[in-house]
Write a protein that binds this ligand. Structure first.
Ligand code: NAD
Length: 733
């Protein structure tokens, strides 16, 4: 059994069908590539074959490359991994280039065999790079299909010719959303954008492709870049228009990535340098930059966290084994405020029936109206229809009547963050729900084990912590209380899977995992302001580490009064153990001044009358004068990063985190932690435990005990261990 097979019809047209054995989606492997190569050789050498159609035996064309293959290239090459990667990439180029040249004579561009690609559905990554090497791309009119090159999303770039071919096909400017942002399109839009050539009814896909092969002439199969006089659309770098494009693109890439991500920069270099040389040289350049990115530890860390481990968590890597399918049919959402409204929306979108309950009918209706507004936006953008909106709203019952919760198999409570109110609601709900129903609280700060005391069945009580805005944020933190049982965990995980988000499961402790790490980041930034560090240095240091928002901007976004509330509540809970902090002084002062952040259009930043941020508030220096001696950029960055990373390590030491993969994936999806690093634990592995401990020792001496090297990290530094060695998934299981 092989992944690629070949059939020849009566007209001498070969059909090469990709149908990966034992998989629901085609994914490219080294072995499969060799099979494709052999079949292409057969097509080109057999005189009875006049041309070929490459297609898929599955509903989709292909999901891309098996990313483990790239890691294997590196491993298999022994002590010269860069050479191994480069040579393997050049082998792929050789196969795709063979398809593209299809036997054409190098001088005359004559005598080749036409090869079309027929895509029944989605084609991503290599699943679009193969079509790009063919002479004509046909796609079935399947509106659900997605076509494009999403590699940049996991920290690499299209490295099997996709970069060079798309830039030459569309021009650097038009190709940039697909290459630099990984934009995917359905077939109709892909045709309009020039990515593919034809969209045909699904049942005519193969016949249309074959008809084209039959009628194709030599001229039809010579790619523009192999024809005499080719000019790059929009101009190559030293053409006046091209010059502007590349200048603008460099600036755009840098403003988006702040230089923190290696892949977009390498991609742009590959396009820029490749545009000035013949096509085959451009492919070599692409291969060199691709090797450069693969050799950067950032790319393997990103692939692991954003692809391999994220998928493993979504597929239930940490789900209790022996619990049967616990998918939710009817969910009760209590509290129809900002969070409740969002939870109702994402549940209804997943086809789950929702009872949305609030104290007043008006409040419940307002919560439901959020879904209506969301659907309206979708209709306006042509992503949804009036019928879909109607069906969505029909699934949500807005009510004040607890009796409506009968038959729910999951409750998600999202009322005010007040212990007594939550206690009261728990009792009222439990009076009407069935014995098997699982009760979840969306609390962001209250301990689940304490809240569970109000429940008659604490083993069925759990935390399901969403992030705001619910419909946009991909992460959901599931919190196990002391008595939470496996069924509740399985239910929460099955629910999160239904609503297509990524779960992490943590144990109950103050601020759980995400907030526990993000609060010290904010505090460290605000504390630096109080110490007299230039505010722009604090913010830029964070942005250049790849954080989406600097700590001061993040405080403005989440609001100063929330920061005050959290400090006050933490102080009350910790009593004398609560450390006096410079950051509290700043936050309370801002609160006193009524500078509450974005919501009051005044905070660490200034805002114009339309609420747009205009820059750091000029008044900051009056209250917290900037000192003459400023710390280095690296020192500021170490403080901001270590403040969070050490919390992550402590969470692992304390057993709050049970799996480092969750710590890494949760950090990137939950609060945008330096995605290029693969997450806090991957970053420590890149840095090395010994170096990390040395940085912490320096920071402790200069700034205090909050940077004390955790015992676990110290131990690893002494033993020369890495997190992903010591806590490998097979060892953790
Ligand atoms: P919100 O104030 O927007 O909404 C709370 C809703 O609960 C209101 O509509 C209110 O009328 C309703 N409510 C209050 N008492 C009730 C009762 N006894 N019975 C029924 N309904 C009642 O608050 P929110 O921001 O949606 O937060 C809700 C919960 O989610 C809180 O526990 C909060 O800590 C948590 N949370 C909030 C965020 C966030 O970013 N806002 C993030 C994660 C978790």
């Amino acid at each position: 059994m092989t992944d690629f097979t070949l059939d020849i019809d009566g007209d001498g047209i070969a059909t090469i069908t990709w149908d990966a054995v034992g998989k629901s989606m085609n994914v490219m492997t080294t072995e499969a590539f060799a099979e494709l190569d052999a079949l292409v050789d057969q097509v080109l050498s057999d005189d009875a074959i006049m041309g070929a159609v490459i297609t898929s035996g599955k509903p989709d064309f292909a999901a891309g490359m098996d990313l483990n293959v790239l890691a294997k290239f590196k491993q298999d090459a022994g002590d010269n991994p860069a050479k191994g990667v480069f040579e393997n990439v050049m082998l792929m180029h050789g196969i795709l280039r063979k398809i593209e040249r299809a036997g054409l004579d190098a001088k005359t561009n004559k005598g080749g065999k036409p090869i079309a690609c027929a895509m029944p559905g989605t084609g991503l990554g290599i699943g679009f790079e193969i079509p790009l090497s063919c002479h004509r791309i046909f796609a079935a009119d399947n509106p659900k299909a997605k076509i494009g090159l999403p590699e940049i999303m996991v920290g690499i770039f299209p490295g099997a010719g996709g970069t060079t071919r798309l830039a030459r096909k569309l021009g650097a400017m038009a190709a940039s959303p697909f290459l630099l942002e990984g934009k995917l399109l359905n077939p109709a839009k892909a045709k309009a954008a020039g990515l593919i050539d034809e969209v045909v009814p699904a049942d005519e896909l193969i016949s249309a492709a074959k008809a084209w092969v039959k009628g194709a002439t030599d001229a039809d199969i010579v790619k523009p870049w192999d024809a005499r006089g080719y000019k790059m659309p929009g101009g190559a770098p030293y053409h006046p228009a091209g010059f502007m494009t590349f200048l603008g693109a460099s600036a755009m890439v840098h403003s988006k990535t702040q230089g923190a991500f290696p892949a977009p920069k390498a991609l742009l270099s590959a396009v820029y340098e490749g545009a000035q040389v013949p096509f085959d040289t451009a492919l070599r350049i692409e291969a060199r930059w691709f090797t450069n990115v693969i050799m950067n530890p950032s790319s393997s860390a990103m692939i692991n966290s954003l692809f391999i481990n994220k998928q493993a968590l979504e597929k239930g890597a940490v789900r209790p084994k022996n619990v049967p399918d616990m998918r939710v049919k009817k969910v009760g959402v209590i509290g129809a405020g900002m969070m409740g409204a969002g939870i109702a929306l994402v549940s209804a979108m997943a086809g789950i029936k929702v009872v949305l309950l609030d104290q007043k009918q008006e409040a419940a209706d307002k919560g439901k109206a959020y879904s209506a507004t969301y659907a309206d936006k979708g209709i306006k953008r042509k992503k949804s229809t009036a019928e879909q909106k109607e069906a969505l709203l029909a699934r949500i019952t807005a009510t004040t009547d607890y009796a409506a919760l009968a038959g729910c198999d999951l409750i998600v409570e999202a009322v005010f963050e007040d212990f007594a109110i939550k206690e009261d609601v728990t009792k009222k709900v439990e009076a009407v729900i069935g014995a098997d129903c699982i009760f979840a609280s969306n609390t962001s700060t209250l301990p689940i084990s304490e809240l569970a005391k109000a429940s008659q069945r604490p083993e069925q009580f759990i935390g399901i912590h969403f992030f705001s805005p619910v419909d946009k944020m991909a992460l959901v933190e599931i919190i196990k209380g002391k008595k939470t049982g496996d069924k509740a965990v399985a239910k929460a995980l099955d629910f999160v899977r239904q609503i297509r988000k990524t779960p992490i499961v943590v144990n109950d402790a103050r601020f759980f995992y995400a907030n526990r790490c993000i609060i010290p980041y904010i505090n460290e930034g605000v504390r630096m302001l109080a110490e007299g560090v230039e505010p722009a240095l604090i913010e830029n240091a964070a942005r250049q580490l790849g954080f989406p928002l600097g700590p001061l901007q993040l405080t403005d976004e989440t609001s100063i009064d929330l920061a005050v509330k959290i400090s006050t509540a933490t102080k009350a809970a910790m009593g004398d153990a609560y450390p006096a902090s410079l950051s509290d002084d700043v936050v309370f002062k801002m609160f006193e001044m009524g500078r509450l952040g974005r919501k009051s259009a005044s905070g660490f930043y200034s805002y114009d009358e339309r609420g747009k941020r205009t820059g750091l508030w000029q008044g900051l220096g009056e209250h917290w004068p900037v000192t003459k001696d400023q710390p280095s950029l690296t020192e500021v960055q170490h403080r901001l990063a270590m403040a969070q990373v050490l919390e992550a390590v402590r969470a692992l030491e304390e057993g709050v985190l049970m799996d480092i993969r969750e710590g890494d994936v949760g950090a990137i999806l939950g609060w945008g932690f330096m995605p290029w690093s693969g997450g806090p634990f991957s970053w420590l592995d890149i840095l090395g435990a010994a170096k990390a401990a040395e940085i912490c020792d320096g920071l402790t001496a200069a700034h205090g005990e909050r940077f004390t090297t955790p015992a676990l990290l110290r131990d690893m530094a002494e033993k020369g261990e890495a997190f992903y060695e010591r806590f490998a998934a097979d060892k953790a299981a």
